[in-house]
Design a protein around this ligand. Structure first.
Ligand code: CTP
Length: 397
């Protein structure tokens, strides 16, 4: 989603300026064209050369530089930008913007742009919580500026408090959310499930599977990036970035079933990427099972088939993890579970599937159309699947 997007990255004079190098690097690696604008004080903390080397583009540090003979730098940057991100943003730039003061290249660019502006403050905790700064922030929020709140922790001044630049993942997640807010899933509610369920044997052990949750998280963020309201029902909760995603933590198949049933009441689509354990122990031992005997048998009963049991007027997408007869087995599941789409993958292929960052899938729809996709990152696979969901929502509903 960041590919070919023109992002103006404004850097101001905070000790956190070094973190902007990582932001520039990640955006550049994601395919964005990053135009760095540094205030004079930012250049005291890091050099323009560092940013130029990372972005492979000129870095603007003053009002009177022009990239071409006839363009005025801040106006051309402001007009070309898909979004402006100021990270880190000092109390000073926030105050200048709140007063509409255009007194350097960055404030001029921000005031001249019609693109969304995201501000990630970083400063001393007293400066951040000062009513003047808070008033300025509220004023800018009311004008449509998007803030990424700073975190709490040890600050450069040695104190502990709120003022640390937000996580880079959160800043980039906010940028993606903002860029996608008018996407083809805007106004839609999408429910995604992720991770493998865990069925307790006793207070310590459980029956589970190797699902990492990566595919479900990729789907949730891809839906968010197209403007959807996303609910992610997941057994894995340690993923780095869930900006704008409503995360519901569950453990067992029964928990997931209940959470899905509640969530789909408002849903336009359900994408079941979770690996639901099919059989659970008949009973859970109250205390830890001791290894007194040489063998142990555990009676097992079936868990609910969440996807098969859920009905309603929403697009239903399932996954099929297969080790043989991929397309034939997936088609059977599509029909048996009443799905609109099924995403089949061959779990014997080591380059994809459980734990991997890539996946090779075949998407089959209820008309029988079979789309074989090449090996891709899970993020790219998620984008393809959400593209198909968006098509179905436009054509059918
Ligand atoms: N699924 C579900 N509830 C279950 C089992 C699976 O909702 N108890 C969903 C999965 O999330 C997936 C689809 O059904 O979207 C297919 O899951 P898969 O594990 O491939 O198949 P199963 O239905 O479990 O059948 P089998 O294990 O026999 O292949």
């Amino acid at each position: 989603m960041l590919k070919d997007k023109k992002i103006v990255l404004g850097i101001t004079g905070s000790i956190a300026a070094y973190k902007a190098v990582d932001i520039a690097s990640r955006l550049t690696r994601a395919g964005a064209k990053v135009e760095v604008v540094m205030t004079e004080s930012a250049t005291r903390f890091i050099t323009p050369l560092t940013l130029r080397s990372i972005t492979m583009r000129p870095v603007v540090t003053g009002m009177w530089e022009t990239s071409s003979e006839f363009s005025i730098e801040h106006i051309s940057l402001a007009e070309a930008a898909d979004a402006v991100v100021i990270a880190p943003a000092t109390a000073n730039i926030i105050a200048h913007l709140a007063c509409g003061m255009a007194d350097d290249i960055l404030t001029c660019t921000v005031l001249a742009t019609r693109a969304p502006v995201i501000i990630a403050p970083a400063m001393n905790d007293n400066m951040f919580t000062n009513p003047v700064t808070q008033e300025n922030i509220e004023k800018l929020k009311a004008s449509g500026f998007v803030f990424v709140d700073p975190g709490a922790g040890r600050l450069a001044c040695g104190r502990a408090g709120v003022g640390r630049l937000a996580d880079i993942e959160t800043i980039i997640g906010t940028l993606r959310q903002v860029l996608g807010r008018d996407g083809d899933l805007a106004g839609r509610n999408i429910v995604v499930t992720a991770g493998g369920t865990r069925e307790p044997i006793d207070p310590v052990r459980y029956i589970g599977n190797r699902s990492s949750g990566k595919m479900g998280y990729a789907l949730a963020s891809a839906a968010r990036d197209r403007g959807a309201e996303v609910k992610l029902i997941t057994t894995i909760t340690c993923m780095p970035e869930t900006v704008g995603i409503d995360v519901v933590a569950v453990d067992t198949a029964d928990d997931m079933n209940n959470a899905v049933k509640t969530a789909v009441k408002e849903a336009d689509a359900l994408v079941m990427a979770a690996a639901v354990v099919d059989y659970k122990p008949q009973a859970t031992a109250k205390s830890k099972i001791k290894k007194d005997s040489d063998a142990l048998s555990i009676g097992m009963v079936k868990t609910p088939d969440i996807l098969a049991g859920i009905q309603g007027d929403f697009v239903k997408v399932g996954f099929a993890a297969e080790s043989e007869n991929l397309v034939a087995n997936a088609k059977k599941k599509l029909k048996a579970k009443g799905l609109d789409l099924i995403v089949a993958n061959d779990i014997t292929d080591k380059s994809c599937g459980f734990g991997a960052d890539s996946n090779k899938v075949t998407i089959i729809d209820k008309s029988g159309r079979v789309e074989d996709l090449p090996l891709m990152s899970k993020q790219e696979v998620a984008e393809k699947i959400l593209g198909r969901v968006a098509e179905l929502l436009i054509s059918e509903r």
